[in-house]
Design a binder for this molecule. Structure first.
Ligand SMILES: [Zn+2]
Length: 141
């Protein structure tokens, strides 16, 4: 028998790797981890799906807990997103702050989780520097 791929969920597989409940969340809300719709402020301009951090947040969760093609480099290595952020997009926004131009979300400790205190905004160049062994550059914002 196959089971749901959501950690800690032991329900029977229904579709796309998820149980009925989590599959419904995926279809309705775009993520098996969302149990309610992300609040929508106004139809176009302020809607959370247009929020500049929405894809960042969603991608982060998918890399660690979902079906992202780079899952093996994140969730597959035991890296997770803290429960508070997984549950609450707006808390994530509040904790990480606005994204500076041309920056992406980075972790200070590459083995650590996505959680408060271990994330920062880095430029792509800085992230590449961080990945080089023996030449770790700390950047403070
Ligand atoms: Zn499930």
């Amino acid at each position: 028998m196959k089971f749901c791929s959501v950690p800690d969920c032991e329900d029977e597989h229904h579709a796309k790797g998820y149980c009925q409940k989590h599959y419904n969340h995926l279809r309705r809300y775009g993520s098996p981890y969302l149990t309610k719709p992300i609040p929508t402020l106004s139809p176009i301009t302020d809607s959370v799906t247009y929020h500049p951090l929405y894809e960042t947040w969603r991608g982060m969760i998918r890399r660690c807990h979902g079906d992202h093609f780079r899952y093996k480099d994140y969730g597959g290595r035991g890296i997770s997103v803290c429960q508070e952020w997984r549950d609450d997009f707006w808390l994530f926004v509040k904790d990480v702050g606005e994204r500076p131009v041309n920056h992406t979300l980075d972790r200070k400790d590459n083995q650590g989780n996505y959680e408060i205190g271990n994330v920062k905004w880095s430029t792509v160049a800085e992230q590449n520097t961080n990945k080089r062994p023996r030449k770790k550059v700390e950047v403070d914002f």
